[in-house]
Structures are given as C-alpha cells and as structure tokens.
Design a binder for this molecule. Structure first.
Ligand code: ZN
Length: 199
C-alpha cells in the first residue's frame, strides 16, 4: 500500500480534475454536451487496483491529462463494469476506468458524470449501449469508433464522439491503446452500460 499522505493524494486528484477541465475548456463539443459540474466536492475513495495500472504506468505520453492520470494510478478507485463472461479474460487485464466525478466519483456530483477510461492496444470493446448520453474525448492514443447510424471513424487526441441515449456503439484499439475523458449526462446518468445492441 501507499505511504502517501491523504493531503498529497487529494492534491493529485485536484490536479487531475483541473487538467480534465482544461480539456473540457478546449473542446467545444464537450461544452455543448453538458455544463461543467458546479457541485463538485472531493471525497476520499479507497483505492481499487486493476492489472492495467501496470500498462498505464509504462505508457509514455506528454499530454498533461495523461500525466495527471499516471500520477493517481495507485490511488484510483479503478472500475470494470463487465464480467469475464461478457468480455473475456484478456479484456479485463487491459482495461479500466475511474469515475473522476459523479455519484460515486473521486469528486461527488449529481449533475454529470466524468470518467477517465483506458483500453489496451488490440482490444475490441463489443457493441453496447446505455440510457445516458455520452461524449468521448480522446486524451492519448487512438481508437476506431463505431456507432449505429454513423460512419466509423478513427479518433486521436482532442477528437470527440457523441453517443445518443441507447445508441449502440463499439470501440477497437487498432493502432494504439487509448486513454479517454468521457462525460455522461441526461436520463440514466446513474446507470451502467449493457452489452448488446438491443435496449
Ligand atoms: Zn458508451
């Protein structure tokens, strides 16, 4: 376990939040998607580790939000929504996300949910859907985004993809791993994604 003080950990998460805000401020599509939450309060979360912390530690990239994410790796409450039965063993070794802000976030908010999510190179994130509306902004790496009714597109740092409520979508990491900043809003903000294309 870590010996870092809770003050240090809180300051690392504050840096992470301010770097995420800078990405939001530089990304009109995110600003159009949702207002930045005004009810954020830091909440200490017990860390939960996932195997992908190792890959994230080793992935060099100079994006400030990438580096801020690396600084909190051992302190994050890392989540994996899916079971091995749904996505396979390999997927769970190379994927995970933190809820930066939201009902169960490192910063609490009831207005909008913000995640930092990682998927390793070569992974296929199968078709899934959720009631919440969603916007991805790529922080680092790239991904091949597919969504029902849209042309597939490869997105890199700074580029966005919006998914409407219950619009099925999939993601393939063809060229690189990907690190993303994701916002969830609207009805279903407190729900979870479901595999498959039928809502
Ligand atoms: Zn989604």
């Amino acid at each position: 376990m870590t010996s870092a003080s809770s003050d240090l950990i809180a300051s690392l998460f504050s840096t992470l939040l301010s770097e995420a805000k800078k990405v939001y401020d530089a990304t009109p599509a995110m600003q159009g998607f949702a207002k930045w939450p005004t009810d954020l309060t830091y909440h200490h979360q017990a860390p939960v580790w996932i195997p992908a912390i190792r890959q994230l530690t080793l992935w060099e990239n100079n994006h400030p939000l990438h580096k801020a994410t690396q600084s909190i790796l051992p302190y994050g409450k890392w989540k994996q929504t899916y079971t091995e039965q749904e996505v396979g063993y390999g997927f769970l070794q190379d994927y995970g996300y933190i809820e930066l802000f939201g009902p169960d976030g490192h910063f609490r908010s009831d207005q909008v949910r913000g995640y930092v999510g990682y998927w390793g190179k070569g992974l296929y994130y199968p078709w899934h859907h959720h009631e919440a509306e969603e916007i991805y902004t790529v922080i680092s790496g790239s991904g091949y985004f597919e969504a029902e009714g849209k042309a597939p597109v490869t997105l890199t740092s700074g580029q966005c993809q919006i998914h409407e409520s219950n619009q099925p979508h999939a993601l393939t990491m063809k060229e690189s791993a990907i690190l993303t900043l994701v916002l969830w809003g609207g009805a279903g903000m407190a729900g979870l994604p479901k595999m498959g294309t039928i809502s």
